[in-house]
Design a protein around this ligand. Sequence first.
Ligand SMILES: C[S@@+](CC[C@H](N)C(=O)[O-])C[C@H]1O[C@@H](n2cnc3c(N)ncnc32)[C@H](O)[C@@H]1O
Length: 176
Amino acid sequence: MYTPSDDTFLLADCIRQYYGGRALEIGVGSGLLLNILEKNFAYVAGSDIDLTALQHCKQQKTTSANVLLVCCDAGSAFGIGKFDLIVSNPPYLPNDDNDTRDPAVHGGPTGIEITVHFINSAMPLLAGDGKMLIVVSSFTNSSALDKVIVENKMHKKILKKKRLFYETLSIIELSL
Ligand SMILES: C[S@@+](CC[C@H](N)C(=O)[O-])C[C@H]1O[C@@H](n2cnc3c(N)ncnc32)[C@H](O)[C@@H]1O
């Protein structure tokens, strides 16, 4: 399971500014971000392909019983047009040289593939005035990211940036 890190905390700082009815996190990991969403939203759901992570969220009570946790790929279990806010800290490192992949950190052959998959999965789930917040690293292939944003006719706003010694992290807000 992914241990919360700089990327988690940067996204957490942004999530605290959002309030509303319904929120979804894709790739919940330890549940730290769900816990913040719960304070600001009436209904909160989360997904992860890692059942152990979801069990951790329940057993450690990082989330209350009101949060719907689903073991599924991205947003595949959820209905269209429902969420005011969707957040995600996707795995974004390129796969290892021998193309082995830890789903908590590796985002595909170039690193961007899972981010693009999460955005494509999330967009139909957003309410008309909904927003998606997503972590992007300077490791990310920005042209592939820009392409999916144009294809989905979305607007992009950079909310926060943090420079680390090995990469720069950004939180971007996507809206329809
Ligand atoms: C970088 S971790 C982020 C965890 C947590 N949200 C945080 O910020 O600390 C990425 C998470 O996405 C999950 N994940 C990877 N591929 C997924 C997929 N196709 N569908 C849903 N979750 C996925 C991983 O299991 C992992 O928990």
